[in-house]
Ligand binder design. Structure first.
Ligand code: GN1
Ligand code: MG
Length: 728
């Protein structure tokens, strides 16, 4: 095969490929017969020496076809499947599994642990950590690279005799220990800076030793593991011949947010960041190609970033036939389009087309959202999308469109959950009225306002095949918080929700449809719960006896506000009803609140519920689904900050009864949500989206635990409200 008229290192060339190898490379000539590539750029196929998996599969699954296919599609043409700190038999099973794959080629394996330091285990499972064992290692087939902590007993012997490229990583070793290890033969640092002793001016550690000895360094340049300036620092210190870009990708790569198994532990991926349950970053969800592009976006010349993911890693693992477009080398290359995106991937002289199951789903989603986007009059050319993991009910995507001037315009597309929202058309009418009302108020203060686009049919929603309900809103370039430790932000969030309530105080509640009847009618929620307990449809009641007991004991207290409202002791207002702090967007520059989003449940309700729901979410010391209950309690400082913001805005309008029941509002809504999560658990998890089997149970336990803590602190919570009211 001849690829004619390609740009190779900036020169228009013709490349001849025979039997999977490059056999001739010559300046482009009009006479050459071959496939005309129209001057597009070619670069070598990427070589990833550190990847745990992608597309739903992990190296430890010992099943490589899907990984290999996904990598190939994304520009990685050869790789070292990287094992985790697990038991010996599991690792051996990986090295003995079939390597008969149709995509990216397996060049051997990289063993990351178990010969590592407890202190820097990162996302590795400490259960299996141990000292280097030469004998067992030698029995593993085709280990090209091994990451070890050189301070462990026997490591120098191991380095000298193991026969693989030794990379120093997951280590607490000091400078001297690393120098010794390098002198013994260690050639590289594993994900430099991540999971090793840091560099200090009197204690230079592994990084100082690596500079001194000019060895190779791996770097994860996804923009999350290393600050861009640190990526550039490595580039300046080590250069293209020593710095190796790796992906360190894990199985969630190419999928959306969610919970995934990784080395025998649960890993939660949120906003594309993978973390263990204790919060350690757990590998990346970026492909090597993404890492290369990110490195280039930090200011490293693109050609150098490519080199650090091709020739340099190939040289490190002694594979001079990989990672380069030269006569005699393996014909692995990427043909790029004019936007520097991968257009075609060649492995061993053949263009690959293969796709795996998960990737197919991703592509199907992509096709679907771009098709729906057109119905909403989106402007520009659809260039990409991301699933945004926000909210437990609807499915949210961000869609990107390139405009004529090259800028990207973004939209939010949502698939509304019609199990929860039985009549979404009414919701859109509510939202239309509310956003109109708010826009008139907001216009004066120059803040971005939420608005929904209409379709080619003229409605602000689209119902596909009589079943799927879509809507599209403007993307507001601002930040939201899922958890928040800054008291200033909490105060601002309180002010935003308080202000929201004020802005709607002159809005006629009678014009609104009730989107979910009895949404915060705690007494009704309890009735439904006890019915579910009686029915025990899924046989789950036996496991939640303690929770049922707690709920029974507090049912009366939790229903007090419902009763007061029914008796006319507290007023109905137009409220938000879902005041999680991530429903306030803040300015990236000033941190000032910009706008309140998620208006699906704007209905007549109680001010104390808006206050309380926000407190339960944002003033807790843990996430709302924290499984370790010892971490869950009410943070009174956060509570006070939120109260200052909220009450600061609403004090004038609130009645004495409302003020006196603010703290009760927090307690009863927390119990109510615990009850709702538990009801969903008992009735088969149909309402809230779950990420793992017992998710609703974990959520319920967390909420009830938080409510119990609030009950202990009730007097203080009430006192704080009084103090705040007195001070405004
Ligand atoms: C749901 O979709 P999201 O995450 O904004 C739920 C709220 C709960 C919340 C708990 C319509 O809100 O009531 O408080 O989960 N919304 C609906 O996280 O039920
Ligand atoms: Mg919501």
């Amino acid at each position: 095969m001849v690829l004619k008229n390609v740009k190779l290192d900036g020169v228009l060339s013709d490349i001849t490929i025979e039997n999977g190898k490059f056999t001739a490379i010559a300046p482009a000539s009009a006479e050459t017969v071959g496939e005309d590539c129209g001057g597009k750029t070619v670069i070598p196929g990427l070589v990833d020496i550190h990847t745990h998996g992608c597309a739903g599969y992990d190296t430890m699954d010992a099943h490589f076809e899907e990984i290999s296919n996904f990598l190939a599609k994304n520009g990685t043409t050869s790789f070292l499947p990287t094992t985790m700190t697990m038991d010996y038999d599991s690792i051996r099973r990986v090295t003995e599994a079939s390597r008969d794959v149709s995509g990216a080629q397996i060049l051997g394996f990289h063993m990351e642990g178990p010969y590592i330091a407890m202190k820097y285990k990162g996302a590795q499972n400490e259960k299996f950590i141990k000292d280097p064992d030469l004998e067992e290692f030698k029995n593993l087939a085709d280990m090209k690279m091994v990451t070890i902590a050189p301070e462990l007993a026997g490591s120098l012997e191991f380095i000298k005799n193991c026969g693989a490229v030794v990379s120093i990583g997951h280590t607490a070793a000091d400078y001297g220990q690393c120098i010794e290890a390098i002198d013994a033969g260690a050639m590289c640092l594993t994900h430099t800076f991540n999971a090793m002793s840091p560099i200090h001016h009197r204690n230079p550690g592994p990084i100082g030793a690596a500079v001194e000895k000019n060895i190779y360094v791996q770097a994860i340049t996804d923009g999350l593991h290393l600050h861009p300036s640190i990526v550039k620092l490595l580039y300046k210190a080590f250069g293209v011949e020593r710095m190796v870009i790796i992906s360190d990708s894990m199985r969630a790569t190419g999928l959306g947010d969610g919970t995934y198994e990784f080395g025998g532990q649960d890993i939660i991926v949120k906003d594309s960041v993978a973390r263990t349950l204790d919060g350690a970053i757990a590998g990346s969800t970026s492909t090597l190609w993404t890492c290369v592009k990110r490195a280039a976006s930090f200011g490293i010349p693109f050609e150098d970033a490519v080199r650090m993911a091709t020739r340099t890693p190939a040289d490190l693992i002694h594979m001079p036939n990989k990672g380069r477009i030269e006569v005699g080398a393996d014909a692995d290359l990427l043909l790029l389009d004019e936007h520097r995106e991968i257009e075609k991937v060649m492995i061993a002289g053949e263009f690959v087309h293969s796709e795996c199951e998960h990737h197919r789903k991703y592509l199907a989603d992509k096709e679907k959202v771009s098709e729906i986007g057109k119905i909403f009059h989106t402007k520009g050319e659809f260039v990409g999308f991301e699933t945004i993991n926000q909210g437990n009910i609807n499915t949210t995507y961000r869609l990107d469109y390139r405009q004529e001037d090259g800028t990207i315009k973004q939209y939010i597309l949502q698939k509304v959950n019609t199990y929860v929202f039985k009549n979404p058309v009414e919701i859109m009418q509510n939202i239309g009225k509310v956003t109109n009302h708010l826009r008139n108020k907001v216009r004066r203060i120059n803040k971005p306002a939420l608005h929904f686009y209409s379709t080619i049919h003229g409605e602000n929603y689209y119902i596909e095949n009589d079943s799927t309900f879509w809507r599209m809103e403007n993307y507001i370039d601002a930040v939201g918080f899922d958890t928040c430790d800054s008291l200033d932000i909490l105060r601002n969030a309180g002010a935003a929700f308080g202000e929201f309530q004020n802005q709607l105080s002159d809005f006629d509640a009678n014009t609104l449809f009730t989107t979910i009847p009895d949404f915060h009618n705690t007494a009704k929620r309890l009735e439904v719960f006890f019915d579910a307990v009686k029915a025990d449809e899924y046989g789950r009641v036996a496991t939640v006896q303690n929770e049922i007991k707690f709920i029974r004991e507090h049912a009366e207290l939790a229903s007090e506000l419902t009763k007061m409202q029914e008796n006319g002791d507290v007023p109905l207002r137009v409220t938000h009803n879902d005041t999680k702090i991530n429903n306030v967007l803040f300015s990236r520059d000033t941190g000032a609140p910009q706008t309140v989003i998620d208006l699906d449940t704007v209905m007549p309700g109680l001010a104390m519920h808006d206050f309380g729901d926000a407190v339960r979410f944002a003033a807790s010391t843990a996430r709302e689904d924290e499984p370790d209950l010892s971490k869950v309690s009410l943070d009174l400082a956060k509570y006070r900050a939120f109260a200052e913001g909220f009450i600061g805005k609403t004090a004038d309008a609130l009645t004495a009864n409302e003020i006196n029941t603010m703290a009760l509002g927090a307690i009863s809504i927390t119990i109510e949500l615990g009850v709702r999560f538990l009801t969903d658990y008992l009735t088969g998890d149909k309402y809230f989206k779950i990420e793992y089997a017992d998710h609703n149970l974990v959520r319920a336990r967390c909420q009830l635990h938080l409510a119990a803590d609030m009950l202990k602190k009730r007097a203080e919570m009430e006192k704080i409200v009084c103090e705040v009211v007195a001070s405004v």
